[in-house]
Design a protein around this ligand. Structure first.
Ligand code: SAH
Length: 254
């Protein structure tokens, strides 16, 4: 059987308990070597077969899975962050379906959560934004026509961009074209939760320049929006005058 496992954003103790357990028991691990922390592989059992998918094609990955499965081995396919975001898991699952190989999926902590933690940020601040747009700048991989960065930026919602730190000038231009002001708060988070994590706070207008100054080209997320500004409204959830399913509103004091 094949287990798709989210490895978390980098720090080895940010894999889930279930993911760590599957990794310990695996007979064969195929890990995304470009981003998964190799320290995670230290927990595998002696004799566990290890493959780095960064240097493999989809066909080669499936071949390893098929061989291991035919030998009744348990395979862990270790993806960075959470596999449902830019993980290219669907094409693997479709091949496994075609071959009649069983699989399951264990979620992981995505890097966009790691980046928010690094910034002590909340994407969904009351009165600021109640939506988070997760996207990327079109590069060698295109994005569908309705999802251009400028059209997404026009919402003014909180935004996090994957796979775009090598295209900072283009990102900045698109965000401005979408109507964001150059003063809109932004941040670049490089290698969130890794020991060499770096946090660069800037604005939409200084995104490209700050990224260049800091030499950021990959393994970074771009966060954009007023949620990075210190002003916001308190939540209703913890407001004394707000009744919830679990708590009765306090009576105003006479
Ligand atoms: N599934 C992953 C994303 C894979 S796409 C997840 O959920 O996080 C690869 C992109 O993710 C990188 O180009 C970078 O933009 C981002 N990324 C992955 N790990 C990161 C980290 N620790 N810090 C910052 N960005 C990261």
């Amino acid at each position: 059987m094949v287990h798709f496992v989210g490895a978390g954003p980098g720090a080895p103790d940010l894999i889930t308990v279930r993911g760590a357990d599957l990794l310990r028991k695996a007979d064969c691990v195929i890990y995304a070597g470009s981003l998964v922390n190799p320290a995670l592989l230290e927990s595998t059992k002696p004799g566990c077969e290890i493959h780095n998918s960064a240097i493999m094609t989809l066909e080669q990955v499936i071949e390893v899975m098929q061989k291991a499965d035919s030998e009744k081995k348990d395979v862990v396919r270790l993806h960075t962050g959470d596999a449902s975001l830019f993980g290219a898991i669907r094409e693997q699952m479709d091949e496994l379906d075609r071959l009649g190989i069983a699989y399951d999926s264990t979620p992981g902590v995505s890097s966009f959560c790691g980046a928010a933690a690094a910034l002590s940020a909340e994407y969904t601040l009351p009165g600021v934004s109640q939506s988070l747009i997760i996207s990327r700048m079109a590069g060698r991989t295109p994005v569908p026509p309705g999802e251009s960065l400028s059209s997404l930026a026009a919402h003014g919602a909180s935004m996090v961009l994957f796979l775009s730190s090598g295209l900072l000038h283009e990102v900045q231009d698109e965000l401005l074209r979408g109507g964001l002001s150059p003063e809109t708060p932004a941040a670049i988070v490089y290698k969130a939760t890794w020991p060499d994590e770096r946090v660069i706070r800037c604005t939409v207008g200084t995104l490209a320049q700050r990224g260049e100054e800091e030499g950021i080209r990959k393994t970074a997320l771009l966060l954009i929006g007023q949620f990075l500004d210190p002003s916001y409204e308190r939540s209703c959830l913890y407001d004394p005058s707000f009744t919830t399913e679990f708590r009765q509103a306090e009576q105003p004091k006479p």
